[in-house]
Ligand binder design. Structure first.
Ligand code: SF4
Length: 1332
């Protein structure tokens, strides 16, 4: 479940160079100083000393090695004839170490490279933390000579070849601890499992004055995974990376697919020794390095290679010169972008540079001094430079690059670099001549109607259409031109638990970005997003020819019928097209599907051999004897089969399918390799609806056009959720987790996709397909009615809903009087239904009971309860205050949601009740976030994602933003508000760590929680969050979520909390971080049984969302987003609010009912308190699922295996707080201003400031708010002046009465959450260039 291969990085990165190529030890000193000043962007492990990794990549220090050669008695004509391999060998296993050295020597000999000697690298082990020391490799340098007559580049290539050959041999020999940190005659890497300040102590070489270089790339790593290794510390051979490659799986797969076609006269027959190009055990950054290194050594030029791998958003930039646009278009014919937030510093030993991804979501700032020193880094102020010597300052914008060419002595700017590359080849001519576009669309209506109308219902049934598909999806997509919306989460069983057959698409859950990278706003950032699709054969990555641009360009991957027809009629020799039927004979039964799939793969392979470049996979042949193979299965199988056969780059796959109709379906098809999709049956359905006048008067043509546009918007949104900007990168990126699909299917069709619970196989998929087929062809031909599935709304005989009328009616009955017999009826209603979640498949292992009197009291249990963070605005004031009062009465915690609270609620009411939510939420909308709001909280919760709509934020529609709501949120009435906005200001784990730090400064008494949504790798993310000093981590499941959300998100994004919680518990325990944080779970919790299971899986606090609303009177009408809630729970309409039936007593009754049920279960199991069972999944067992055949195929062992079988690690939090040790500058300021604050007298203070001084002013503002509320102090009561480079969040939450004047410069987040204070930033008086 928790895999340490899925490393996620964030960090500080940069380079220092002397542009004239003058080598000096000063460059090394500056580089190590710079990376030390970025230490706060890294993280340390549980031992408080082991870092996640730090290092530098620099030129080989010739003076130093000259002396080493002398010691070895070696004399070279030139030190430039020497290469150095920085090798990590097994340390404790002496025989493996000897084997590793022997392999190196043998490989050198084989390639004619003379061995000059080995050098034990001087090390100071006292610098290391315990974990780093335990895992430290033997670090050796192998010194080699230049084979005669090899020129510089050829020497580099030879060493690269040896390096690749060694990697393969090491893998074959099973020498896991062997790693080549660098092997070059130009560059060398010193890195380790360190924090930056340890770097020079650990490697004394770096302090040796003989260590001279003209350039150095540096990196401080913040991995979200503390099982980080020495190998994954950065820089790698050519680069250091701050960011995350979201499309990694696709990039790796496409690279593997390209390997069969790689050719270069530089490599000749050796080319196959280089593959696999990508180390499958590496991180995303290492994978990018692998490809950059290949391209660089294949004569591409490192700047050119970077431009190809991480291109600018050229598609829609109006003022980009045509020659550059053409170059980028050409490069997109060669390779898909490596997409995701990235700041990359890179070097080949001669040129050093940095570039940003197309969104520019990582900081990269530089300065140039008059003596030719160039400093580039994640922050300014990492090197203290005399401003009078700085001749230039700047920052990289989205997609931009900067470089220093040390041989030419030039600083190269973005435009100069790009234009020079764009003019290297006749790209514009090649693109103009090569790229083909389709004729403009014809009338789709006529094309579509040709297909099926008379048999339409039969086709629809064969492809599993239900009434809801038409009514709740297709119609709104056409008539409203937007995705269908629903509310109140998903209370139906996941497809694999359902007794009903489901389309294969519903077994795949969309993944989404949280914490380690940001989602994108696909509407407001449309400029950087692209659906442009190219079809046709791709060519050798290592060359650039006219043939590479011989492709068809489509504006979108969605093909209308006429588009497909146009493709088929192209009649151009380079674009040979054929269609393969994607059906299987009904007579072959369940086994027939797999056989047909194998035959399909064979046919596809033969078609490619025959020169086909466009392969249409079509399920149109469905008839009474022939059933459709689910198109996702067909596309995935052919895609992976062709990759395995080395033929994938020769053909594009086009899906002509009846089963795709929702945005999610198209995303799955493209995500598993389809270049384009023609949803002919959805079009037919729309045409029929238009003819029946059911589409608000739209013509068939207009309706088809609108549907296509809506699908395209939906695809963009799904891509954006994961932070992916281009469909060419999304294609094949497999951004899904399978829920309930077995390994046989995954390995064959969806290779590499995570599927943690196993599940259905080919036979079950065939059975579900045949079920739909039987419905279509066994009934009366005249029966045009589609089934009512009850998939989105409760229907008798339809899909099961956990919140069915029996459940909420019995709960309403109970909360009125709180009678225990009524609670039993409620529990009975909950438990007698069908299983609807993973926890419903589990039972408690029987044990010896104890008396309930021996169990901790309900008052203690209930303190662990919270209500979900539902904002004032989404809820009515009555509901919001009822929940807060009830939870405060219980000593439990209500969540404010992000919407602010009136300050009048922060004081107790006359009867002693308090309506202030204990948990105040802060998302990046900062709605209602003021210093007083912050200091009124017991806990501050950072919302990274929302359970029912991860990656896109919760939306309060404009009609619910009344004057009162707007005033509390400091917004404008009638304006819709999203929280968190998809494109927020937390771009990375270090940004989140910064916000945690900010909040702890503003309110040092409050704990800080981070709310995550369950998905694969949430445990990895949680480890990073714990290392970012959060006190509480909340894992939300996909089921929960109140309020409005796209149906596609409700059903298809996020995973059950059981999975996320078990993974998080395992990750935190494994990384020895569990005792530092409280772990909370929420999402569809309904009963004491749910709580006890959550506890056994690792949770120590428990959130109630939907059920808390039901307890106050919600009747699940599911119209919260419409402002028409009939019971006043989720509306701002005064007339409806008047009908609100809820009271705090009802909520108190519910919470105590659940707490007492928890006690009763604990007593039955023989445990005295919740702590006894937290993190003990071994107390659970799977139930017998004979009546639920699909669910019975799940393997729950990963959930049920204890995180620590030895039982010695902490299973719950032991530390009261998880705080970073530091003394903020604000402590000094507060001391200096104490009297002024108390007496309201003015004071002038001054300080020098550096980038390590972060969040200056926040603690001061929080303290003032504690005394005087948001009114603060009279203007400029506290005047502080600073000189230098301020760290991040300068002036955060700055309150009235505070004036901060900075002479110098500041980093990101200046004035975050400002609240009436004054900030002035001005350039240094001796500065000769303006600030930026
Ligand atoms: S009753 Fe009100 S709160 Fe409950 S689902 Fe319906 S609209 Fe939403």
């Amino acid at each position: 479940m928790y895999k340490d291969l899925n490393e996620k990085d964030a960090c500080g990165v940069g380079f220092i160079a002397n542009r004239f190529g003058n080598r000096s030890h000063e460059i090394i000193k500056m580089a190590t100083q710079a990376v030390t000043n970025l230490t706060h962007r890294g993280a340390v492990a549980a031992d408080a000393k082991t870092g996640d990794g730090a290092g530098i990549l620099t030129q080989i220090p010739e003076k130093l090695f000259q002396k080493e050669l002398e010691k070895l008695g070696v004399h070279l004509a030139s030190i430039n004839d020497m290469g150095v391999g920085m090798i990590f060998l097994p340390r404790h296993d002496r025989s493996a170490q000897a084997q590793g050295r022997a392999l190196v020597e043998k490989t050198l000999q084989q390639y004619g490279v003379p061995l000059l000697g080995w050098r034990s690298v001087p090390l100071d082990l006292s610098a290391l933390g315990t974990k780093a020391l335990e895992t430290m490799p033997e670090i050796q340098q192998v010194l080699v000579g230049r084979p005669e007559q090899l020129a510089d580049d050829a020497f580099e290539r030879r060493l690269y070849l040896i390096c690749k050959e060694l990697e393969h041999r090491i893998t074959a020999a099973g020498l896991d601890e062997f790693h080549i940190a660098s092997f070059s005659h130009r560059t060398i890497v010193y890195k380790g499992l360190l924090v930056a300040p340890q770097l020079t102590q650990f490697y004394p070489d770096l302090e040796n004055p003989d260590f001279e270089a003209a350039l150095a790339v540096f990196h401080q790593r913040y991995s979200t995974n503390t099982s980080s290794t020495w190998m994954l510390a950065q820089p790698f051979h050519t680069l250091a990376h701050n960011g995350e490659i979201n499309t990694l799986m696709g990039n790796r797969n496409w690279m593997r697919a390209r390997e069969a076609d790689l050719q270069s006269p530089l490599w000749n027959e050796h080319i196959q020794k280089l593959v696999p190009i990508i180390n499958q055990h590496g991180s995303d950054s290492m994978s990018l390095d692998n490809v950059l290194e290949l391209l660089t050594h294949s004569d591409r030029g490192i700047l050119h290679a970077m431009m190809c791998l991480i291109p600018e958003a050229y598609e829609q930039i109006p003022d980009m010169p045509d020659v550059l646009k053409a170059c980028y278009e050409y490069l997109s014919c060669v390779s898909e972008p490596w997409d995701g937030p990235s700041a990359v510093a890179f070097t080949d030993g001669v040129v050093v540079g940095a570039s940003l991804d197309r969104n520019g979501l990582r900081p990269a700032r530089y300065k140039v001094t008059e003596d030719g020193t160039v400093v580039m880094g994640s922050e300014v102020g990492i090197i203290e430079l005399d401003d009078s010597c700085v001749v230039e300052k700047g920052r990289l914008g989205p997609g931009q690059m900067i470089a220093v060419d040390t041989t030419q002595g030039k600083l190269l700017k973005n435009s100069e670099i790009k234009h020079s590359i764009a003019e290297q080849k006749p790209y514009a001519e090649w693109v103009q001549k090569g790229i083909v576009t389709l004729p403009t669309e014809k009338d789709d209506a006529s094309a579509t109607t040709e297909t099926v109308p008379e048999q339409l219902p039969m086709y629809q049934k064969a492809f599993g259409y239900m009434t809801e598909d038409v009514e709740r999806f297709i119609k709104p997509m056409v008539t409203e031109a937007k995705e269908a919306i629903g509310s109140m989460g998903d209370d139906t069983p996941p497809a694999v638990i359902s007794r009903h057959p489901r389309l294969l698409y519903s077994y795949f859950k969309q993944r989404f970005a949280q914490v380690t990278n940001p989602p994108i706003d696909s509407i407001r950032e449309r400029l950087v997003m692209s659906l442009t699709t190219y079809l046709g054969r791709r060519h050798n990555l290592l060359t650039e020819t006219e043939a590479h641009a011989r492709l068809i360009r489509l504006p979108s991957p969605i093909l209308t019928n006429s588009d497909l027809q146009a493709l088929q009629e192209l009649n151009i020799p380079d674009f040979q097209i054929t269609t393969l039927s994607v059906c299987f004979p009904v007579s072959s039964g369940k086994r027939g599907l797999e056989t047909a799939l194998e035959a399909l793969c064979e046919c596809a392979s033969e078609a490619v051999d025959a020169g086909i470049t466009l392969l249409v996979l079509s399920d149109k042949d469905v008839n009474p004897d022939s059933a459709p193979i689910p198109m996702a299965l067909a596309v995935g199988a052919v895609h992976h089969h062709l990759i395995r056969e080395g033929k994938r780059m020769r053909v594009s796959l086009i899906a002509e399918t009846g089963d795709a109709r929702e945005e999610h379906h198209f995303a799955v098809l493209i995500g598993y390799g389809a270049a384009a999709v023609n949803p002919y049956l959805a079009f037919s359905t729309i045409v029929q609806l238009a003819e029946d006048d059911e589409l608000a008067g739209l013509t068939a043509t207009k309706a088809v056009e609108t549907y296509k546009a809506t699908v395209e918007k939906g695809i963009l949104k799904i891509m954006a959720k994961m932070g992916i900007s281009t469909v060419s990168s999304y294609r094949g990126a497999q951004i899904f987790e399978a829920l309930g699909v077995n390994a046989t299917v995954i390995d064959k069709c969806f290779t590499g996709t995570t599927s943690r619970l196993s599940g259905i196989g080919f036979a079950e998929i065939a059975a579900e397909t045949l079920h739909f087929h039987t419905k279509a062809f066994s009934g009366s031909e005249n029966d045009a009615s589609l089934e009512e599935a009850g998939y989105f709304r409760f229907r008798r005989n339809g899909e099961f809903h956990a919140y069915n009328p029996t459940v909420f009616k019995s709960l309403h009955q109970f909360v009125k009087a709180g009678k225990s017999e009524d609670y039993e009826k409620y529990v009975d209603a909950v438990e007698t239904g069908e299983p609807s979640s993973l926890r419903d498949l589990l039972a408690f292992k029987p044990s010896t009971p104890i008396s309930i009197e021996e169990v901790e009291p309900a008052e203690d249990v209930v303190r662990r309860f919270t209500t979900g963070s539902m904002s004032f605005g989404a809820l009515s004031r009555e509901t919001h205050e009822t929940l807060a009062i009830a939870m405060n009465r219980l000593g439990a915690k209500s969540g404010s949601g992000e919407g602010g609270e009136s300050a009048t609620r922060f004081k107790p009411q006359p009867n002693g009740d308090l309506a202030s939510s204990a948990i105040k939420q802060v998302a990046s909308g900062r709605f209602g976030v003021t210093p007083t709001y912050l200091i009124s909280a017991k806990e501050l919760e950072i919302k990274m994602a929302q359970g029912s709509k991860p990656g896109e934020g919760g939306q309060i529609p404009g009609h619910k933003v009344t004057a009162e709501i707007a005033s509390i949120r400091h917004s404008v009435p009638g304006v819709p508000l999203i929280s968190p906005p998809p494109h927020h200001d937390i771009y990375s784990i270090e940004d989140l760590a910064q916000l945690i730090y900010d909040l702890k400064q503003a309110n040092p008494q409050a704990k800080v929680a981070v709310k995550l949504v369950s998905e694969f790798l949430v445990g990895t993310i949680a480890s990073g969050v714990a290392k970012g000093y959060a006190d509480v981590i909340q894992v939300s499941g996909h089921e929960g979520g109140t309020g409005a959300s796209p149906l596609s998100s409700i059903k298809n994004a996020g995973t059950p909390w059981e999975l996320g919680l078990a993974e998080t518990q395992r990750a935190l325990v494994t990384n020895e971080l569990r005792d530092r944080v409280v772990l909370r779970a929420d999402g569809g919790m309904r009963s004491g049984r749910d709580i006890v299971i959550a506890a056994m899986l690792g949770a120590e606090e428990y959130g109630f969302g939907t059920i808390a609303m039901v307890a106050t009177g919600c009747i699940m009408a599911r119209q919260c987003h419409l402002n028409t809630c009939p019971v006043g729970v989720a509306t701002q309409d005064p007339a409806l609010r008047a009908k609100y039936p809820g009271t705090p007593e009802m909520v108190v009754n519910f919470m105590l009912g659940v707490a007492n049920e928890v006690r009763s279960i604990l007593a039955n199991l023989g445990h005295r308190c919740l702590n006894d069972i937290i993190g003990r999944p071994e107390l659970l067992q799977p139930i017998d699922l004979a009546d639920y055949p699909k669910a019975g195929m799940l393997d729950l062992s990963e959930i049920l295996t204890p995180a620590d079988p030895t039982g010695t690690q902490p299973r719950y939090h032991l530390q009261e707080r998880n705080n970073r040790e530091d003394i903020p500058l604000d402590d000094q300021i507060l001391e200096d201003a104490a009297e002024a604050i108390a007496q309201k007298t003015s004071v002038q203070l001054s300080y020098s400031i550096r980038n390590i001084h972060r969040t200056v002013g926040a603690k001061l503002s929080g303290e003032i708010a504690r005394h005087y509320g948001d009114a603060g102090l009279p203007d400029r009561t506290i005047q502080c002046s600073f000189e230098g480079s301020a760290g991040q969040s300068f002036g955060a939450f700055c309150i009235s009465g505070v004036q901060l004047v900075l002479t110098g410069e500041a980093n990101d987040y200046v004035g975050k959450g400002m609240a009436g204070g004054e900030l002035i930033i001005k350039a240094c008086t001796n500065s000769v260039v303006p600030n930026f």
